[in-house]
Design a binder for this molecule. Structure first.
Ligand code: AMP
Length: 285
């Protein structure tokens, strides 16, 4: 039976026992409303770790004041069924007050080149909230390994940075983007989309596909590749571009040409819903 842990004391006790038994502890942090993309992370953890802990926590500190914290989907019972099916050992599902009690004052910030662009630039405080909650989750779960999706590629880079800088003893694994058959990257936020918007949202993966094809056909210019994406996105009336950017990956440095693995990342509003997607150009995979 999968254990449901709701308090700091409960997860500490669970992790303490797992730790005493030796072996690896895999953590998969999520905000719930789980879909197949989340489950690929769980399966990866299950394959490689002796104990698997998932967390389901809509973390208030990573949402901006005008973002969708209140509206974010919460489906804990359904999530538990899915987690149980993939063989997760325990799920940590704390109340916000359990993570941020009265008097809470400590935050982890990641400065510089990794957070001053892409979602870091558009969502002030987002990565501070992410780094803070993950530091707490790493400490509480005693994870030896943690699994993250390439869907949030900037997040992976930021997490690797603070884990190294703060000497947190956890290995960070990146799992490829899970997509629907249509190409749409799976996301809990896809639930916000109407049927018409869901159709329109296919333009994200389609535009990335066109740029990838251009790159594979020999186009290296960052400007030209971004233009391919912008032009495709421009054809969809319901799409409003937030950003289309290319940086070296994982360094997230400005580049003029793609000569090393590089992240082509986009954020696009479809109606009121902001969606992100990306592809890594020039990587082995
Ligand atoms: P979230 O619940 O949105 O915070 O996501 C939890 C984890 O699942 C993050 O590491 C995400 O990158 C990952 N994830 C979300 N969607 C996908 C997807 N379509 N494919 C792979 N990983 C994903």
């Amino acid at each position: 039976m999968m254990k449901i842990l709701r308090t700091v004391e409960e997860i500490k006790a669970f992790a303490g026992t797992a730790c005493q038994q030796g072996g690896t502890i895999g953590l998969v942090p999520t905000m719930g409303a789980l879909h197949e993309g989340h489950l690929t992370l769980m399966r990866e953890a299950r394959k490689h770790c002796d104990t698997v802990i998932a967390s389901v926590f809509v973390n208030p500190t990573q949402f901006g004041p005008n973002e969708d914290y209140e509206a974010y989907p919460r489906r804990f019972e359904e999530d538990c069924k899915k987690l149980e099916e993939v063989g997760v050992d325990a799920v940590f599902h704390p109340a916000p007050k359990e993570m941020y009690p009265e008097g809470y004052a400590a935050y982890v910030t990641v400065d510089g080149d990794l957070t001053n662009k892409l979602c870091g630039a558009r969502r002030p405080g987002h990565f501070r909230g992410v780094a803070t909650v993950l530091t707490k989750l790493f400490n509480l779960s005693r994870a030896t390994d943690a699994y993250f999706g390439q869907k949030d590629a900037q997040q992976v880079v930021v997490v690797r940075r603070f884990v190294e800088d703060l000497n947190i003893p956890v290995r960070i694994h990146m799992v490829p983007i899970s997509r629907e058959e249509s190409g749409l990257a799976r996301s809990s936020r896809n639930m916000y989309l109407s049927a018409e918007e869901k159709e329109a949202a296919l333009v994200l993966s389609r535009s990335l596909g066109k740029a990838e094809a251009a790159f594979e056909g020999g186009e290296n210019s960052v400007e030209a590749l971004k233009k391919v994406v912008r032009e495709e996105l421009g054809l969809e009336k319901l799409a409003e571009i937030d950003y289309v950017e290319i940086y070296s990956f994982p360094g997230l440095k400005e580049i003029a040409e793609v000569r090393e693995p590089s992240l082509l990342a986009i954020a696009v509003k479809i109606g009121k819903t902001r969606l992100i997607d990306n592809v890594i150009l020039g990587s082995e995979r």
